[in-house]
Design a protein around this ligand. Structure first.
Ligand SMILES: Cc1ncc(COP(=O)(O)O)c(C=O)c1O
Length: 397
């Protein structure tokens, strides 16, 4: 069957191959005769931590209501949008127009992937950082846009150096997609970095999209936010999510706050694609935003413990760790015992030797080669047991 050129450009190969290897290992480990350690999957940012009870109770209470089973048109999302405006006021001290500047999303991934279709023409240039979150690149391919990569490097603490691009290249850009705290480098970043991007966006007429699902998960300091720079009303759109701060990833609840013209454009595009999220799920999101503001702080405390324990355990196992400043991930350069391997081969060999699955860094762009991502999404004891397995394997190499 023919498929479109844009689909063939998506290139999800690294993650698909990693998933196949995990599935094959899992099948073999399930056979008691194989005597293999069980699969410990640290390759996905899908947490074991639970959402607040008030959110789940609100969803349950709304499930039986007839309107929850109906299509939800934009007008019906008003209570959610007002809850978001209240959150923005409390969180950032920013007054947001709930009707014109807020949009419900079916996950922030959905929003960032659709935005390029709403603001770019085929062939338009758009800037991504390298390494990047894969769906940011996917969104550009779906829109037949031309990606321009700005490499980040460890030596500068993953700070984007916007002056690396000449003015003529800035003039050619229509969109830039950034995200701090940054996945996969696990770097919180600084407000000044985002403010520098805003200046470029204003000077060169570029839309600035800031993907901020980890805004509440900075472990050191405060996360940057586009909403803290008043220019968001002119040229920016910021994406927030209930997935990470309230552990509701499977429920697909997120929102964008942005310049009215960008919210209008994305809403028009989504009008073709979906009917918003069910009212029952929106009730859960409203409860989380309004009645569980303390949840992210609890998560931070737990992720801090996990990060510190895992860093200590891996270092004891002979794998040096750069301490990340945000929750959820460790971004590790390949250990000295395995520097001869490519990221993907290393992850394959580690899985075979230990049952621990990590994400190969090259799946996040060329800048991720030589790195792997480890997600802190299991209890501390399991993480430490995984580090021990890794240590024994590294010692044998
Ligand atoms: C940078 C980034 N954006 C978006 C997402 C997905 O968020 P959501 O569940 O809101 O779609 C993730 C998830 O890992 C992410 O790391």
């Amino acid at each position: 069957m023919p498929i479109s050129e844009r689909l063939s450009r998506l290139g999800s190969g690294v993650f698909a191959r990693n998933d196949q290897r995990k599935a094959a290992y899992g099948r073999r480990a399930a056979d008691p005769g194989a005597a293999l350690p069980p699969l410990l999957d640290l390759s996905l940012g899908s947490t074991d931590l639970q959402p607040p009870a008030v959110a789940i109770e609100a969803i349950s209470a709304h499930l039986a209501r007839p309107e929850s089973a109906a299509y939800c048109l934009h007008a019906a999302t008003a209570p959610f949008r007002r809850a978001v405006a209240g959150w923005a006021r409390r969180r950032f001290g920013v007054e947001v127009d709930a009707d014109r500047e807020v949009l419900l999303l079916v996950g922030s991934q959905e929003g960032t992937a659709h935005l390029p279709l709403a603001v770019l023409n085929p062939g338009d240039a758009a800037l991504l950082l390298d390494p990047y979150y894969p769906s940011h690149m996917g969104g550009l391919h779906l829109a037949s846009a031309r990606p321009v990569l700005l490499p980040l490097d460890a030596a500068s603490g993953w700070r984007p150096d916007f002056e690396r691009l000449p003015a003529v290249q800035w003039d050619s850009l229509k969109l830039m997609v950034l995200g701090f705290p940054h996945n996969p480098t696990a770097t919180t970043g600084e407000q000044a970095w985002l403010d520098a991007a805003v200046e470029k966006a204003l000077a060169h007429g570029i839309v600035l999209a800031h993907d901020n699902p980890y805004v509440d998960l900075a472990l050191e300091g405060e996360a940057p936010a586009l909403l803290r720079n008043p220019a968001w009303r002119e040229c920016g759109i910021e994406f927030f999510s209930l997935s990470k701060s309230w552990c509701l990833g499977g429920y697909r609840l997120a929102f964008a706050i942005g310049a009215e013209w960008l919210i209008t454009a994305l809403r028009q595009l989504k009008g073709v694609v979906d009917f918003n999220q069910s009212l029952a799920l929106q009730a859960g999101a409203i409860a989380a935003l309004e009645r569980a503001p303390e949840w992210p702080e609890r998560l931070r405390a737990e992720y801090r413990r996990r990060r510190d324990a895992m860093a200590t355990a891996l270092e004891a196992a002979g794998w040096p760790v750069r301490h990340p400043s945000m929750a959820l991930y460790l971004w590790l350069s390949l250990p000295p015992q395995a520097r001869d391997l490519a990221s993907e081969d290393f992850c394959g060999a580690l899985l075979e030797g230990t049952g621990v699955a990590l994400t190969p860094g090259n799946g996040f762009g060329p800048g991720g080669e030589g790195w792997v991502r480890l997600a802190l999404v299991h209890p501390q004891a399991d993480l430490e047991a995984g580090a021990e397995r890794i240590g024994r394997w590294l010692a044998r190499r």
